[in-house]
Design a protein around this ligand. Structure first.
Ligand code: NAD
Length: 516
């Protein structure tokens, strides 16, 4: 079905041509500057979430491909880590430019592969380019740290050096944006990379490798191994030539990776799941709060780590506010990712749809009150048949914080509203979770907002706003949502090794052992 002459500025004919190309294409590994199949020749299909028909295929890598990629990254590290920062900066700027040049193709491929609405993905591709442009500016400063003059006798300084090849393991929800957010600071810092994208949306990783090749990035500096988590992912975590691992994924995966990485004492950056609360007080700008909480849970098909999936609302306004959320949730346009009017598209995979539907059943069994949705969407807002895709109606429950649907990450368009009496109860409920990625507070009381910002157990706090990412600021969670921070200079704490250098400025007193 043709929805418009152009979607997100991309001509419809171009979209169709890209879709056709994908059917005949295989997302290969990129190792040591070459695109290669698996040694076994094995591939796996990637599905179009709107129909569950094969969209394209990817090479199925394992320990052998990871070993070749790790060796390539290790060899390239010797040169890349010594490449002048100004040159690395030029590469990053070139990559940013090329990402913009190929943005239409990348956006269409990503939208088809993930089921995210094309106009939203188009903005994410722009963010991917920004990630490189942003870290290009940091390349010449990545090694900076403090000096420590001690009286006039000693000078100590701290200096950073590239830390080595990094294994970057990414999830399926926003693969290009999330991977570039790690690749850019890694390359800026002089590290080389082996990327292992998620098996449910592998396509743009290989497209990205082609773009980095077009930028003439030296071979081996950036490598991709396609494949499954337990095969390619686990092999990457276990490889002795890759001392750093950054994983973005589920909390349970984080635990497994941490255990496996412990065998090699690897440095880890873990960006994991979330069950973030939005606290809405009666004195808030309720129109803004409504827009923000609806967007924060239902955008990106609800497959968003920072989604505010627990809506805590002050008792005095609870019924009224939740009724307004329900009205908006009911009116959300569920449709095809290529439809320019679509607000919620299909979930990534039939297995994930079943998982989310399973949680809806759990919610009902637990006694949560279902206000909206709760079932598969079989027709779009235009009346098209959606029954073959993984579409879910935006769902809203009222329940309690102790329920499983309040405590476990669902990663779909499912919101649970919970009433609270006062600030103390709101804070207690907000923090009663094993996660700690984000928290959102809506109130006009400035003191309360800042008080809560300090008390809420989360790495990211937004006051009277949805999540608007600012790249220089730290990003990451506490508790089960992970550890370490990415973003800005904070990323270099992971991608570099810190050294302290001491130099006496006049002859120091050295005890003369052995001189009697
Ligand atoms: P996942 O944990 O299933 O997979 C993530 C990646 O880990 C995939 O590439 C997978 O192949 C790999 N993997 C799986 N098992 C592995 C193993 N044993 N060893 C090495 N690698 C392994 O997560 P997902 O379902 O792809 O993504 C959704 C999750 O990601 C959600 O929990 C979401 O909250 C989280 N997420 C977090 C952030 C953040 O910044 N905190 C951002 C986006 C998504």
């Amino acid at each position: 079905m043709r929805y418009a002459d152009r979607v997100a500025g991309i001509p419809w004919e171009r979209i169709e041509a890209i879709r056709k190309e994908l059917a005949a294409w295989t997302a290969l590994h990129h190792i040591g500057g070459e695109f290669v199949p698996s040694e076994t020749g094995e591939t796996f299909p990637t599905l179009d979430p709107s129909s569950n028909e094969p969209l394209s295929q990817a090479a199925r890598g394992g320990a052998r491909e990871v070993d070749r990629a790790a060796r390539a990254a290790h060899e390239a590290f010797a040169r890349w880590s010594r490449t002048p920062a100004r040159e690395r900066k030029r590469y990053l700027l070139k990559i940013a430019e090329l990402l913009e040049k190929h943005a239409d193709e990348l956006a269409v491929v990503e939208a088809l592969d993930t089921g995210q609405a094309l106009r939203i993905v188009r903005a994410q591709v722009a963010r991917a380019a920004e990630n490189f442009a942003f870290y290009a500016e940091y390349a010449e400063h990545a090694m900076e740290d403090k000096t420590y003059p001690v009286d006039r006798d000693w000078l100590y300084y701290a200096v950073r050096v590239p830390a080595g090849p990094v294994g970057i393991i990414t999830p399926w929800n926003a693969p290009l944006m999330l991977s570039t957010w790690r690749i850019a600071p890694a390359l800026a810092a002089g590290d080389t990379v082996v990327l292992k994208p998620a098996e449910w949306s592998p396509l743009t990783a290989s497209k990205l490798a082609a773009i980095l090749q077009e930028a003439d990035l030296p071979s081996g500096v950036f490598n991709v191994v396609q494949g499954f988590g337990e095969e390619a992912g686990a092999a990457l975590v276990a490889h002795p030539l890759v001392p750093l691992i950054t994983l973005t994924g589920e909390t349970e995966t984080g635990k497994v990776v941490m255990q496996n990485a412990a065998q090699h004492l690897k440095r880890l950056s873990l960006e994991l799941g979330g069950k973030s609360p939005a606290l809405v007080f009666a004195d808030a700008d309720l129109e803004r709060a409504l827009d923000a909480v609806v967007f924060q849970i239902y955008s990106f098909n609800g497959e968003r780590c920072t989604a505010s999936s627990r809506l805590l609302v002050e008792e005095a306004i609870f019924e009224d506010f939740v009724a307004q959320v329900a009205e908006r949730a009911r009116a959300i346009r569920v449709g095809h990712p290529l439809d320019p009017e679509t607000e919620v598209g299909p979930l990534i995979h039939p297995e994930h749809l079943q998982r989310v539907l399973g949680y809806i059943r759990v919610g009902l069994q637990e006694g949560a009150r279902l206000l909206v949705g709760g079932e598969q969407a079989t027709t779009s807002f235009r009346g098209e048949d959606l029954s073959r895709g993984n579409y879910l109606k935006p769902t809203l429950f009222v329940g309690e914080n102790s329920m499983r649907i309040a405590q476990e990450e669902i990663f779909g368009p499912v919101l649970l509203a919970i009433p609270f009496k006062d600030e103390a109860e709101a804070l207690r409920l907000a923090n009663e979770t094993r996660y700690g990625l984000a928290a959102y507070v809506f109130t006009r009381d400035l003191e309360r907002a800042h008080r809560l910002a300090l008390e809420l157990e989360a790495g990211l706090i937004y006051l009277n706003s949805h999540n608007v990412r600012h790249l220089p600021t730290p990003f990451g969670g506490v508790k089960g949502s992970g550890e370490r921070r990415e973003g800005g200079f904070y990323a270099f704490e992971f991608y570099t090794d810190l050294k302290a250098v001491g130099l006496p400025l006049r002859p120091p007193h050295v005890p003369k052992f052995g001189k009697g």
